[in-house]
Design a protein around this ligand. Sequence first.
Ligand SMILES: [Zn+2]
Length: 378
Amino acid sequence: MRFEVSKVLDAIEQRLTTDPALARAVVDLAEVVRYADLDGGRPASLLRLGLVVDALATQLAEDNAAVYAVVHRGLLSDADLTSNERMVVRRWADDGLVEVLPTVGDRVLEVADLLGLPVLSRLRFEGVRERYGWLAGQAGRLMAPVPGKAGATLVAQVGGGSAPSIGSPDPVGAKVLARLWRCPESNCANFGGGGGAFADLAPERRAGGQPPPTLHTGSPTCPRHSKPLSDIGPRPPAEALAVRVGGVIRRRFVVAEDAPVVVGRAPEKGGIMLGQWLSEEARRWISRSHVRFEMRGSEVVAQDVSTNGTGVRPGGSMDDAERMTLKRQTRVLSPGDLIELYPGVHVGKARTLTSAAPLNAPSVMAEAPTLSMRILER
Ligand SMILES: [Zn+2]
């Protein structure tokens, strides 16, 4: 039992991010863990985040869709969670996978506003609707997780429908996200820490993964420590890419300066492994390390490193006459270009790539299919 819970929590952990390029929705974790009607179990359960994350993936038709979780710090010592769950939340907080706050206020809405993301919440936010016009004006930006056939389903609070709506960062968001920020607090998980320079930041922080500061005080401020952030320079160029296999977005990843990414059947650690989504034929064709992506200035360059070559479909054209093959060569990616490792196995810029088929097997809870029944029995 404990082993299975840990496996599910590990799977959920893979779906947490505060990286603006990877997050697909915003949640208030302390709220979600108390949706007891989703599984009829304990007053608070961390596993409910898994149900909500699965619903998001299904309704976006996007495997591995990640959420930006805002967490009231009280949850780190909430007696309604198990001691194991409290330990896990603390680890997520220390690792900067979630954003911990002394008061949540409308931070969920601010993050959604700055990043153009939907909010997954049952709250109606009546008091702040004027400040966030999209709450009432855009279908799919405020989705309520409710009990569904197998776990949770998301229902639009405005206009009905089941499709979460994702835009791009608003102009103010884009402006603050163009810079890197540092918190004066030495152990700040989300905004570097202490003195020092940009080079001291951990690579994943330099890679464009820094979350948006709060702007409620009029200048960029650390949401956790309520201290003004210093501007430590422009955020280095980075680009979110997506892998689409069989018509479904399977993974998003970020290529940043000094952080190239290799995609293949089973690349070295740090690469994007496709093996699990491939047919027998595709597995035979695609090399362990097949194509490498890197930033050159502000451009993404793809380089074939495979045995059989890498296809390029300029502008995403499915006309085979336009398809080119890279043999150990490189190509600068244009916005609509598709890199084709094998028919139906594509990589492209995340902002231009969408799923074209339903996602049939959402997964974080799959490690323990009987788990929710066991929670009920306890
Ligand atoms: Zn801080």
